[in-house]
Structure formats: structure tokens, C-alpha cells
Design a protein around this ligand. Structure first.
Ligand code: ATP
Ligand code: MG
Length: 605
């Protein structure tokens, strides 16, 4: 392609709309244009990158025996009502774009495709002989994200590879899951990315395994906790660890003490000159279920620790049937205004004890009359602890479970692990923290959707049983930007060779010099003919401008038909290292071919 004929517009200044380097660079180098919040046009250079990423994804998927298909983006509400996700996805969570067609039928734009694929499996898979089966697609997804940001990282329309597998049993699912782990690792390696596979939260579905693939980068929205021995890595949402040892308490006598202005753990520790590990703190949450039922939740946890709200959410989701619901609409710490409606008298915030009386709760039809009390495992061992006295300005000290306070029988792990904690598998290992960009997620779904939609098959014994399912996603457009976030310098993008829009760019420093033009034109034809994807900068611009643009756009090899032409050579500059080589014109194609093949194969290892 000739730059003179391309839609090629670069910006010198950082666009105000972008916060992180990759977003700034993709805008400046003319890869993408914002059309609306979270909605981007992929311009020709970007589209080449996206096609390369998609092809790598496709090759690795096909190699596992998965089959590509294309499912509709426009989906009927009924399918989502069958799975029970319509209300939560369109209203509570609100992530799904919904519309009503001219026949007054409700439809949604696909944020994901479990419902559609399960409906197909329900209709078409009859027998165990058809299993296992794995279908995937690469296409646009729509999600009305609350905070679309960072360009392609969190868009409202974005490209995803999503695959769904169907199995006769768990063992077969495990096999495909392991194949996907392998295929995903290959994909990301081939794209030239530094990544880490981490244990991930699998929601309230139960013991199902799930793993995320993270590109390590400062701008990542996820936090990963890992150990240096390489044996443990998990999303902070999922991570477990051993908490720091608790200090043994100096309060041997149980008594109520006046503790003015101690409504935070810090202030209370200062007041008593004690460690936060001697304190049981109690936090009030509210959960709203899909049947409208509301429950106030009291969580007791050691004073130095934080509640992991994903773990709490999962516990509450499991309890939905107890309150007559199927799913959660929201979990929050109720605002002051909401609290006033839910409680008869103001809660003694900052001074709450684990035994806060149920008669605080306003009698109301949709409000459960008792607190749902959880104790994080870390409070069990505490002796002679400090906690709230349920009266503003007062705490109790020297308290013990089974004496002054009953211990909740809902003992669960609700603690947020953090860097510095000791690892469970080896307490001599300490958890470290890194930021990650989630580019892939593989997930053992089990029978959640097949049961809801009645997707069954007949097994060898002739019984009709639900299909066992797995699902596997790659954020194709997010991945392309993540590659930039991991590889750039002050001058611009440094694309890994495997996903660069072009391999080489030929810059003609002076287009009125006919020798320069002739050599460049010949090389341009020759390189493209041997499969080296080459751009020709034949614009009427100063050489400096051309070099700056080539660096910004990030093409791996720049060829300059400049001074050394006199001795039959051109200059070839490697973008990543800025190393410059003088190469005989006749050898340029062969040399580049070797370098490109080397770069591609080293990314495969
Ligand atoms: P996240 O936790 O980042 O919101 P998710 O868990 O909702 O993602 P999945 O439903 O597992 O994502 O989707 C599969 C993949 O699609 C993700 O691993 C991610 O790479 C990508 N993805 C998800 N949401 C977006 C988005 N809004 N924009 C771009 N890519 C996305
Ligand atoms: Mg995810």
C-alpha cells in the first residue's frame, strides 16, 4: 500500500480523550476513531491487526477440532427469559442493549451467546454419539458497560471470540478445558504477548473451575496475586491466602467501655493502643433478590482485613432460593438514606456488634425481618477481642465467642487477600501483586444453561440427561490494544511482528530524487511479491516527518532509500531496538524474510 493513497492521518499531540499510552498511541497513529462512548471505528491499519489476531485465534481453535460458526447478534428475549437472565441483564445489571421491534417483540443485542448456542444444542444434539462438540465464533459483542474506557479495552461494541463445548460428562469437559488452556497459551504466545494464566472467580455456579489469561501491564484493571515460585496465581477476586498472625489480646476481662469518636478501626486502635487484629469489625450490607426480597447482611471480620465483595456476592447468590429468589439484583452497603427506610432507629455505625438486634429492622413485606449473619473464618480463633457495643460511643473488650456472643454458623471465607499475605501452598512464599489486562477466560459451566433451557441428550443407558457445557472467550479487540500497552516507547508503537499491520515500510527521503524513487518502487514490488507486507511512504513530506510517522505507527522494519544508495545499499532500521543496518539492495528481501520468520517462530516456542 502507498501512503500517498491511504487514509493516513497522524496526530502530533496526545488526544484529550485518552488516558493510557496504548489508547493515545492508537488514536495518534490513526488506527482507531471514537464514534460514540465505547464505540470505535477500526481504520484500515487496525483492521489488519485485528484480522491477524483473529487468524491466530482461529488457527489455534481449529487445531483443537473446534468448529467455527456465526450466531445472530439480534436475540429474542424469550431465550433469555428461559435462562432467567433477561431481567438481570437488561434491568438490574443493565449490561444488555434491549429493544422492541415493530411487532412489539422484545429483543436484545448479544453480550454473550450461551442462550443461543444452548437452544441450538437443545434442538440438534440428541445422542451421546454426537458428543463432544465445540462451536466457536468471532464477532462483535454489545455490552452497555457503565464505564466504557481506555479505548478498545472496555468498549460497548467489541470483538470477541466465544466458544461453547458440549459433553456427555465432566471428564470430557475437563479434556476440552485442558485443550483450551493449551490453545489459549499458544495464541497469546504467538501474538508476542507476555501473559499469565490465573485462577479466576467462577461466580455462584459452584465448584466449577475457571481461569483467566492476563496480559501483565500497569494499566490493567485487574489485580493479580502470585507467588514467585510460580506455583500460585489468582485474580484478587478469587485469591486465598493465610492472614497475618493475630496479636494476642491484652483485655482479659470482659467489659463495656466508653470510646468516644472511635467509629473507624484506626481511631479505635489509637484509643486502645491495640492491634486491629484484636478487633472484630461488623459491616452491614444489603442484598436485593430478583423477586424483590431484600435482606440485611451483617458480616463479622477481623479488624485488619477487608471483605472481598465477589466472595460475599457468591455466598449471597447461593442463598437466593432460601429467600424465594433465583438471582441477585444488587449487593451494596446501604446509603444513609436507604438505611433510614430499612431500620426503625439509626444504626450505631462504627459501634456495631456481631449480635446487633433484629428489631432494628423495619417490618415491611419485602424486607426479611432478621439479619443474615456471616462470620469470616478469621474471627473464629480470636480470644478476648474488642468489638462494638451496639451503642454509639461504646465498645466492649475481652469478649469471647460462646460467652458474650454466639458465633454465626455461617462461617465462610469472605476475606480479601492482599500482597504480603502468606501463600496457602507454602507459607514461606509471600503473595505479590501485579496489574493485568484480562484477554481470555475459560470456564467450566456444567449444566447451568442446559438445565435451564432443557438441553438434554440420550446417554448410553438410554436416559435423557442435561448436556455438560464449557465456555471460552477471548477479547480480540482488547488483546490488540493490550499488545500496544505492553510494547511501546516514547516514539510510538512497537508491534510484535506477528500482529503488525505491515512487516516493513519503505521511506523515500526525497521523492524528487529519481534514483531513490526507482529503488524504492522496485523493492516495494519485490518485497510484496515474496510475502513481506510492505508500505511505501511516497508522500511529499520531509524525511524527518516520514521517520517520525513510521516510528509512531510501529512497523517492525523501516527501509530508507537514502545516502547509501551510491554504494548499492539501503538502510534498514529495526523498530524495536532502533538498530540500523546497511544492506545490499539485492539482499533486502532475503534478509527481511529471515528476520520475520525468526520473529514469528520465536513467538511460537
Ligand atoms: P471484564 O471482567 O473485563 O468485564 P468479563 O468477565 O465480563 O470481562 P467475559 O464475559 O469473560 O468478560 O468475556 C470474554 C472476554 O471478552 C474477556 O476476557 C475480555 O477479554 C473481553 N471483554 C469483555 N468485556 C469487554 C469489553 N467491554 N470490551 C472489550 N473486551 C471485553
Ligand atoms: Mg471475566
Amino acid at each position: 500500500m502507498r501512503l500517498s493513497q491511504m487514509l493516513f492521518v497522524t496526530l502530533r499531540e496526545d488526544p484529550a480523550e485518552a488516558e493510557i499510552p496504548s489508547h493515545k498511541l492508537l488514536l495518534r497513529a490513526g488506527y482507531i476513531r471514537r464514534i460514540a462512548s465505547g464505540v470505535y471505528a477500526y481504520l484500515p491499519l487496525m483492521w489488519r491487526v485485528l484480522k491477524k489476531v483473529s487468524n491466530i485465534v482461529r488457527e489455534e481453535m481449529d487445531a483443537t477440532g473446534a468448529q467455527e460458526c456465526l450466531l445472530p447478534q439480534l436475540q429474542p428475549a424469550e431465550l433469555w427469559q428461559e435462562s432467567g437472565r433477561w431481567e438481570t441483564y437488561t434491568k438490574a445489571e443493565g449490561i444488555m442493549f434491549a429493544l422492541t421491534d415493530r411487532q412489539e417483540r422484545e429483543m436484545g443485542l448479544g453480550p454473550t451467546h450461551e442462550e443461543v448456542i444452548t437452544a441450538i444444542a437443545r434442538d440438534m444434539i440428541r445422542s451421546y454419539r454426537q458428543l463432544p462438540l465445540h462451536l466457536y465464533q468471532i464477532q462483535n459483542k454489545f455490552r452497555d458497560e457503565i464505564r466504557p474506557r481506555f479505548g478498545l479495552m472496555r468498549g460497548r461494541e467489541f470483538i470477541m471470540k466465544d466458544g461453547y463445548s458440549f459433553h456427555a460428562d465432566e471428564a470430557s469437559l475437563q479434556e476440552t478445558y485442558a485443550d483450551m488452556d493449551w490453545a489459549y497459551s499458544n495464541m497469546f504466545r504467538r501474538c508476542g504477548l507476555e501473559f499469565r494464566a490465573v485462577q479466576a472467580d467462577s461466580g455462584a455456579i459452584g465448584g466449577a473451575a475457571s481461569q483467566e489469561f492476563m496480559i501483565l501491564a500497569e494499566a490493567g484493571e485487574d489485580e493479580v496475586l502470585y507467588t514467585e515460585d510460580g506455583k500460585y496465581a489468582a485474580n484478587v477476586e478469587k485469591a486465598t491466602s493465610l492472614p497475618a498472625e493475630a496479636k494476642s489480646s491484652a483485655f482479659v476481662l470482659y467489659e463495656k467501655r466508653e470510646t468516644p469518636n472511635t467509629n473507624t478501626i484506626d481511631k479505635l486502635c489509637q484509643f486502645f493502643k491495640c492491634s486491629p487484629t484484636e478487633i472484630v469489625k461488623n459491616i452491614i450490607y444489603r442484598v436485593v433478590y430478583d423477586n424483590g426480597r431484600m435482606v440485611l447482611v451483617l458480616v463479622s471480620i477481623r479488624g485488619d482485613l477487608e471483605v472481598n465483595e465477589v466472595k460475599l456476592y457468591n455466598e449471597l447468590a447461593r442463598l437466593a432460593p432460601t429467600y424465594g429468589g433465583n438471582a441477585i439484583i444488587a449487593v451494596d452497603i446501604p446509603s444513609e438514606q436507604v438505611q433510614q427506610q430499612l431500620t426503625l432507629k439509626p444504626l450505631p455505625l462504627g459501634y456495631i456488634g456481631p449480635d446487633l438486634a433484629d428489631n432494628y429492622i423495619t417490618p415491611a413485606e419485602q424486607l426479611h425481618p432478621e439479619f443474615l449473619r456471616f462470620a469470616d473464618r478469621t474471627v473464629v480463633e480470636l480470644k478476648n477481642f474488642v468489638t462494638g457495643a451496639n451503642e454509639t460511643g461504646y465498645h466492649v473488650v475481652g469478649a469471647n465467642w460462646g460467652e458474650q456472643f454466639p458465633l454465626s454458623d455461617r462461617l465462610v471465607d469472605l476475606r480479601k487477600s492482599q500482597a504480603g499475605d502468606r501463600a496457602v501452598h507454602d507459607p514461606s512464599q509471600v503473595l505479590k501483586s501485579a496489574r493485568g489486562i484480562e484477554v481470555g477466560h475459560i470456564f467450566q459451566l456444567g449444566t447451568k444453561y442446559s438445565q435451564a433451557l432443557g438441553a438434554t441428550y440420550t446417554n448410553e443407558q438410554g436416559e435423557s440427561v442435561p448436556l455438560v457445557m464449557g465456555c471460552y472467550g477471548v477479547g480480540v479487540s482488547r488483546l490488540a490494544q493490550a499488545a500496544v500497552e505492553q510494547s511501546y516507547d516514547k516514539d510510538g508503537i512497537i508491534w510484535p511482528v506477528a500482529i503488525a499491520p505491515y512487516h516493513a515500510i519503505i521511506c523515500i527521503p526525497n521523492i524528487s530524487d529519481t534514483d531513490q524513487v526507482e529503488v524504492a518502487e522496485n523493492l516495494y514490488t519485490e518485497l510484496n511479491a515474496v510475502g513481506i507486507e510492505t508500505l511505501l511512504d511516497d508522500r511529499e513530506e520531509r524525511a524527518g516527518v516520514k521517520f517520525k510517522d513510521a516510528d509512531l505507527v510501529g512497523i517492525p522494519y523501516r527501509i530508507v532509500t537514502g545516502r547509501s544508495l551510491k554504494v548499492g545499499k539501503v538502510e534498514v532500521v529495526e523498530r524495536a531496538t532502533k538498530t540500523s543496518h546497511e544492506i545490499a539492495i539485492s539482499e533486502v528481501a532475503a534478509t527481511l524474510k529471515t528476520w520475520i520468520d525468526e520473529a514469528l517462530s520465536s513467538a511460537v516456542k
